[in-house]
Design a protein. Structure first.
Length: 240
């Protein structure tokens, strides 16, 4: 109903795509709304639905609230999700929280970092890939997040903005930030509550970048100076 109030009469296919509903689930909800007199069928290619007068008077906007009290509550769960993804993909990588570090310079410190060590046995070399994440809590982000993530490209191969998304809320309203991210080669993802953890969805892939070795070395040197335990974990990646 919220979608119909936003867009008016909408095709069945559009409703299913936006709300990610299976055929059976869509038909069940649609028929319930028709029986309640809140929507009616209307003719369009493939069929569609339209709010009735009664339905248009209903409050339909979903309750969209953050699943955490503070942005920092997202960091460690997202680290675990990134580590799980690396394990499932058999990627030789580790993720860790760098939000508490205070490297000098505006926007120079990402919230999370993932380090991947990739092996190239034929040419007998290994390479480290640095991915950074600028994490934002639901309804507390703006275009500045893209600029923050872009500043990380001085030392990162991939940089992402990761936006917490409210549970059961349709993904919409990302056009402006997607354009800003695209301009700088920054990736965009949304974070979604999933049972007791989180899952992420890539909305825009980051453009690969080759940072200077000096900047990458300086950044990791600073991180490991503050977090020697992560340097030990990083060193073990090279033995993998």
């Amino acid at each position: 109903m919220w979608l119909l109030q936003e867009q008016g009469g909408t095709s069945n296919q559009q409703v299913r795509a936006v709300l990610e509903l299976g055929v059976d689930r869509f038909k069940k909800v649609r028929d319930e709304l028709i029986n309640d007199g809140l929507v009616e069928k209307y003719r369009c290619r493939g069929g569609g639905i339209l709010l009735t007068v009664k339905g248009s008077k209903q409050k339909a906007a979903p309750d969209a609230t953050s699943s955490v009290d503070k942005e920092k509550d997202l960091y460690e769960p997202f680290v675990r999700e990134l580590d799980l993804e690396s394990k499932e993909n058999e990627e030789n990588a580790l993720a860790f929280n760098t939000s508490s570090l205070r490297k000098s310079g505006k926007w120079s410190n990402p919230d999370l970092v993932k380090l991947s060590v990739r092996s190239f046995p034929i040419i007998r070399t290994k390479k480290v890939i640095i991915t950074t994440y600028e994490v934002k809590q639901w309804d507390r982000w703006n275009l500045e997040a893209a600029f923050e993530a872009a500043s990380h490209r001085n030392f990162a191969h991939y940089s992402y903005v990761a936006l917490e998304w409210a549970r059961d809320f349709p993904i919409e309203g990302l056009d402006d930030i997607s354009q800003a991210c695209s301009r700088f080669g920054v990736g965009l993802m949304t974070l979604h509550p999933y049972y007791t953890g989180w899952r992420h969805k890539i909305q825009l892939e980051a453009t690969p970048y080759v940072p200077s070795d000096e900047f990458a070395e300086e950044f990791l040197g600073y991180v490991f100076e503050k977090r020697p335990v992560d340097q030990e974990r990083y060193n073990r990646l090279w033995d993998g």
